[in-house]
Design a protein around this ligand. Structure first.
Ligand SMILES: Nc1ncnc2c1ncn2[C@@H]1O[C@H](COP(=O)(O)OP(=O)(O)O)[C@@H](O)[C@H]1O
Ligand SMILES: [Mg+2]
Length: 295
């Protein structure tokens, strides 16, 4: 089988029928992104000016301490939360967004500024091309696992792709659980249902907020390998928050977040390199956060 592992440099005209692959295209990027929550005494600067690009067909992890803004970045990139200032540009051509485009907002053809879209436009665009695996699953309690997984297709009026459902259920070990409701599933199983739901539409960009947080090592490894393979085989862009250096070692790139900013950006992370990088960051932040910690 064909492997896309080291084809970042340019499009490859021999890579099958249709359009040549355009590996180094930017799938989504944030420019000067800030996000404040609350006001007055309760004001929190969750994002303090983030500039970052994510290339299509790459698997990036985001690490960093709790409260550093990782989930906020994911939510604002995916258009699930508004921004305080800055822009989120989605490459709509690469993302396969159908219908009329609001390209003028981005200044370039095919580029959509998500911060300029209304709720309806965002909902449609998300359904077509973005998948989100939430930290807290967000499954619908009244529906079975299978119905939850197929929900994005049902909402979009699309025909359920049963072959793909079978692949997802098998890979995620859910074959025997499809008729169960969320309350009848363990945390790990609910997590895997949430993963299948995010992948059922084969979205061009997948956002995953600690998707292996509730899984044991064996299921984590399967899920991570599956995500990595889907980057290689479907050319998907994956952005995943994790606390786990083992999970990070599956990625092509790792960002480290601290206090609303990106403080490190590393290619081909390994467990050793991430452990070293994270302990450097902890050292640096304990020096500055020392006084705050005493409050
Ligand atoms: N809905 C919200 N309302 C108020 N503050 C929030 C909200 N969501 C996040 N925050 C705050 O923003 C900061 C960043 O949070 P978050 O993005 O969830 O961090 P992480 O995912 O890295 O743990 C934290 O200080 C958090 O308390
Ligand atoms: Mg979080």
């Amino acid at each position: 089988m064909k492997h896309g592992a080291k084809t970042r440099a340019s499009s490859d005209p021999s890579s099958g029928a249709g359009k040549p692959r355009q590996i180094a295209q930017v799938a989504i990027k944030a420019k000067g992104l800030t996000k404040d929550y609350g006001s007055g005494e309760n004001l929190v600067h969750a994002l303090r000016g983030v500039d970052v690009e994510f290339e299509q067909g790459r698997f990036t992890v985001i690490m960093g301490p709790s409260g550093s803004g990782k989930s906020t970045l994911m939510h604002t990139l995916a258009g699930l939360d508004t921004v305080t200032s800055g822009h989120v540009y989605l490459n709509a051509d690469a993302a396969g967004v159908k219908g009329r485009r609001t390209s003028r907002h981005g200044g370039r053809r095919g580029v959509v500024d998500l911060t300029k879209l209304n709720d309806n436009q965002l909902t449609l665009l998300r359904r077509q091309s973005l998948g989100f695996i939430f930290q807290s699953f967000n499954l619908l309690p009244m529906f079975t696992a299978k119905q939850n997984i197929l929900m994005p297709l049902i909402l979009d009026g699309a025909k359920p792709d049963t072959a793909w459902l079978d692949v997802l259920a098998k890979t995620l070990g859910l074959e025997e659980r499809l008729s169960h409701r969320p309350s009848e599933l363990s945390g790990g199983q609910q997590q895997r249902v949430a993963i299948a739901r995010a992948l059922i539409t084969k979205p061009s960009i997948v956002f995953a907020d600690e998707p292996t947080g509730n899984l044991d090592t064996a299921s984590s490894t399967e899920v991570l390998s599956f995500l990595r393979d889907s980057v290689r085989e479907l050319g998907q862009t994956i952005i995943m928050v994790t606390h786990d250096v083992f999970a990070a070692s599956f990625a092509d790139r790792a960002l480290v977040f601290a206090d609303g900013r990106i403080v490190a950006d590393q290619d081909r992370p390994t467990m050793d390199s991430m452990n070293a990088l994270l302990s450097e960051e902890v050292m640096a932040s304990t020096a500055t956060a020392d006084s705050a910690a005493h409050r």
